[in-house]
Design a protein around this ligand. Structure first.
Ligand code: BV8
Ligand code: ZN
Length: 251
C-alpha cells in the first residue's frame, strides 16, 4: 500500500538543516513488540501498565514487576529491527553525509534503533537491557533471558531493577539537555508511532513548533497532536518511512 506522502514534505526533508525524530512504541510494533498500551496480553490483562511501571509497584511487589519486564525482555530478545528502524538509520546516514544534522530521540526501551544502525540515539526512558542493583547501585547489561529468579539478584544480594525511567521518576539529565538543544535548532520535527500522552516527551513537538520547525506525525491513528502538525501521515511506520527515504534519497 503506498501511503500518500506530499511532495512538499519530501522537499522539506531534502533541505532541512536540523532534523529531529521522536519515536514511540509504534515504531517497534512491526517487530512484534506490543505497544505500551497493548503490552497487556494474557497474564498481564489484569494490570494497568502505568501501575506496573512505577517505583512504588517495584517496592510493593518486586517479583511481579520484574516478571513483567522479563516477559517484555524475552519479546525484545527475539525481535529484529523492522523497515521503520532501518529507514531511520538510512535517513541519518544520508542527512549526515550531506553535512546536515540528525537527532533521533526514542521513548522505546528495546534498543532496536541501535540494532538497526542508528547512532547517538537519545534514550529518554532508559532501556530494559540494563539492570541496576538497588543496594549497591551497580549497573550492567543483562542479555541472558529469562532470569533465573524474580526479582533477579545482584552479587551483593540486593534486588536488581530494570534500567528504565518509571512514571514519577525524572528523565536522565543528559538526555533531556541534548533533546532541548536539538529542539532549539530544529527546522523539521517528526513524531513517529507515539500516542503523544507521556510527558515530557509529548511536549517536544510543541517546543519544536515554538522554534518555527515544520512538524510531521506518522501514526496508524490520530493523536492529540494530529491537528497541530504541518503533515499528518496515516500509515504504518514500517511502510511510510522506507517510502519517504526512497523518494527523498532514491539512489
Ligand atoms: C517526569 C519506561 C518529572 C518504562 C516509560 C503532566 C500531567 C500528568 C502527568 C504528568 C505530567 N508530567 C509528568 C507526569 C507524570 C508522567 C506522565 O507523563 N504521565 C502520563 C500518563 C500523563 N510522566 C513521568 O512520570 C515522567 N517523569 O515527568 O519526571 C516528575 C518527577 C516526579 C513527579 C512528577 C514528574 C516519566 C515518564 C516515563 C515513563 N516510562 N517507559 C517502561 O517502558 O515500562 S513511558 C512508556 O509509555 C513508554 O516508554 C512510552 O514512552 C510510553 C508509551 O508511549 P508511546 O511510546 O507513545 O506508546 P503507546 O503504546 O502509548 O502508543 C503507541 C502509538 O503507536 C499509538 O499512537 C499507535 O497508534 C501507534 N502505532 C501502533 N502501531 C504503529 C503505530 N504507529 C505507526 N506505525 C505502526 N505500525
Ligand atoms: Zn548490588
Amino acid at each position: 500500500m503506498s501511503t500518500l506522502i506530499p511532495d512538499a514534505l519530501i522537499a522539506s526533508l531534502k533541505t532541512s538543516q536540523a532534523l529531529v525524530v521522536l519515536t514511540g512504541a509504534g515504531v517497534s510494533a512491526e517487530s512484534g513488540i506490543p505497544t505500551f498500551r497493548d503490552a497487556m496480553e494474557g497474564l498481564w490483562a489484569k494490570y494497568d501498565p502505568a501501575q506496573l511501571a512505577t517505583p512504588e509497584a517495584f517496592e510493593r511487589d518486586p517479583e511481579t514487576v520484574t516478571r513483567w519486564y522479563d516477559w517484555r525482555r524475552e519479546k525484545c530478545a527475539v525481535a529484529k529491527p523492522n523497515p521503520a528502524h532501518l529507514a531511520l538509520a538510512e535517513l541519518q546516514r544520508a542527512v549526515e553525509k550531506e553535512g546536515r544534522s540528525f537527532t533521533l530521540i526514542t521513548q522505546n526501551v528495546d534498543r532496536l534503533h541501535q540494532a538497526a544502525g542508528s547512532r547517538s540515539v537519545i534514550e529518554l526512558h532508559g532501556t530494559l537491557w540494563v539492570w541496576r542493583c538497588i543496594r549497591c547501585c551497580q549497573e550492567r547489561e543483562e542479555r541472558q533471558v529469562p532470569f533465573a529468579q524474580y526479582p533477579p539478584k545482584c552479587a551483593c544480594g540486593g534486588n536488581l531493577r530494570p534500567g528504565v525511567i518509571w512514571f514519577g521518576e525524572s528523565l536522565p539529565e543528559e538526555a533531556l539537555n541534548k533533546t532541548y538543544q536539538a529542539l532549539e535548532e530544529c527546522d523539521l520535527f517528526f513524531a513517529i508511532g507515539t500516542s503523544a500522552v507521556v510527558q515530557p516527551a509529548a511536549s517536544f513537538l510543541h517546543v519544536a513548533r515554538q522554534h518555527n520547525a515544520k512538524t510531521v506525525e506518522i501514526n496508524v491513528a490520530s493523536t492529540p497532536v494530529s491537528r497541530l502538525v504541518d503533515w499528518s501521515i496515516l500509515g504504518h511506520a514500517g511502510e511510510t518511512l522506507p517510502e519517504l527515504v526512497r523518494r527523498a534519497y532514491a539512489a
